[in-house]
Design a protein around this ligand. Structure first.
Ligand SMILES: NC(=O)c1ccc[n+]([C@@H]2O[C@H](COP(=O)([O-])OP(=O)(O)OC[C@H]3O[C@@H](n4cnc5c(N)ncnc54)[C@H](O)[C@@H]3O)[C@@H](O)[C@H]2O)c1
Length: 419
């Protein structure tokens, strides 16, 4: 049961995923009006959310963001209240404005973090230590040690801390998890996820400096792999390999050492049989061809002892052709932006929306004393506890590339460590 009491939510990050507004104007990707703010405005319309705040670094962006939201959300869907408090105020620039914004919240309020990868850890820890529930975008953090700190901090404070791994709510993926559990021992997993090389322009500020394409895209399918193997096998070793030369070329001029395509090869050990071992491969690229008809190409294959399955998440059997832009494969199962028959927002069944709503519901039920945060670990939600192996693999992949060696994943007491 979910409480009737509404929750206050602070959004950290004002960029593409939050508002659809990027430094260079409205996003040209498949998230032109974002996901987080739109979902929270709709959850406020439906009575689950009350006060909303938004914190970025440059307060000077808010007039343009408000205009963008007024036009594309207020002007399109009925009954949306788009009010929110902004930080930093008065157009100031302050990379630590999140502290002032969080300091104004009270325990039991929630914080949703969609900021550059390297900032997730300090913002999440600051919020958790003040008794706030936290939802962090993927990759949760870049280092396994940081993930372990967040697990401990959330436990100590008794707050909900989840990672926004929305693919766990894709009906195809959750159906696949159920079927995998009937296929016996794990043998082989192979995932591909890629975005067009124009993304190197969009991500220029951080690509290769602050994070890499494996953290950015492989985080999705590494998490799905760990999730479906939760009771079947555990990762023991990672070796990474990278293709390079396009991101650093004259055309894109990313910093030296920026990889184009990163492949992680992950060894798994069966939990039940000492004889059964499996291999998972996860490849991510931001140098895929332009104009391929999808913003993100993504598919994976799973083979178990008694059968296999394959999912192409990019091609859902729904093609749209437009004189100006050509053919595109679209996916309204993630975010459906077309309004309902009554003119309201109609995307409540999209797994991008559900992912945020589940976190809001969990936080509200903890506030009302109807649930304890640790109960969600047992239900397979992407809690900070349930996502530790995802971070272990991504971090091991980064070390493997930097130090040109395999990296082992081990259990040390009640913690996971890398060697
Ligand atoms: N864009 C997507 O499709 C997508 C999808 C899933 C997850 N993500 C994740 O979301 C995060 C942000 O992605 P985005 O695409 O929205 O990026 P973006 O570059 O469009 O926006 C980043 C935002 O973070 C803010 N920011 C930076 N440092 C901050 C700080 N110290 N305090 C507060 N705000 C700060 C910036 O002001 C900016 O508004 C990344 O971790 C990314 O992996 C993005």
């Amino acid at each position: 049961m979910v409480s009737d009491k509404k929750i206050n939510v602070l959004m950290c990050g004002t960029g593409e995923y939050t508002t659809g507004w990027t430094g260079s104007g409205a996003s040209q990707s498949d998230k032109k009006i974002g996901v987080v703010a739109l979902t929270l405005f709709d959850l406020r319309r439906l009575g689950k959310v009350d006060w909303l705040g938004m914190v970025g670094v440059n307060g000077g962006k808010f007039p343009a963001i408000r205009e963008h939201l007024d036009k594309n959300i207020g002007g399109v869907y009925k009954d949306m209240n788009l009010t929110f408090e902004e930080y930093p105020k008065e157009g100031k620039v302050d990379p630590e404005a999140y502290k002032a914004a969080i300091d104004e919240l009270k325990p039991g309020d929630a914080v949703i973090i969609f900021t550059p990868d390297s900032t997730h850890f300090p913002i999440a820890l600051y919020a958790i230590e003040r008794g706030l529930h936290v939802l962090i975008t993927k990759p949760a953090v870049q280092k396994l040690e940081h993930h372990n700190v967040l697990i401990e901090a959330a436990k100590k404070q008794g707050v909900v801390c989840w990672v926004e791994h929305h693919k766990r709510y894709d009906p195809t993926y959750s159906d696949a998890k159920a079927r995998v559990s009937t296929l016996g021992e794990f043998n082989f997993f192979n995932a591909w996820m890629a975005q067009p090389k124009s993304q190197l322009e969009t991500f220029k500020a951080w690509a290769g400096k602050d994070s890499d394409i494996s953290y950015y895209l492989s985080s999705h399918h590494v998490d799905i792999c760990c999730w479906i193997l939760q009771d079947i096998a555990i990762p023991t070793r990672v070796v990474a390999s990278a293709a390079a030369g396009i991101a650093t070329s004259q055309a894109f001029q990313c910093v030296p050492n920026t990889e184009d395509t990163i492949t992680l090869m992950i060894d798994f050990q069966s939990l039940k049989s000492p004889h059964h071992k499996g291999t998972a491969i996860s490849t991510a690229s931001w140098t895929a061809p332009l104009k391929s008809g999808v913003h993100t190409s993504q598919h994976w294959y799973y083979m178990g002892e008694k059968g296999d399955l394959a999912i192409d998440q990019a091609h859902r059997g729904y093609e749209v052709t437009n004189d100006d832009t050509g053919k595109a494969w679209v996916n309204p199962f993630y975010m459906k932006y077309s309004p309902s028959m009554t003119g309201h927002f109609d995307g409540q069944r999209g797994y991008g929306y559900i992912s945020i709503e589940k976190f809001i519901d969990a936080s509200r039920s903890v506030n009302e004393g109807q649930a304890k945060p640790e109960e969600f670990d047992g239900h397979g939600f992407p809690t900070i506890q349930n996502t530790v192996l995802t971070t272990a693999i991504l971090h091991a992949g980064r070390i493997s590339l930097d130090e040109k060696r395999p990296v082992n994943i081990k259990r040390d007491g009640d913690k996971w460590i890398l060697e």
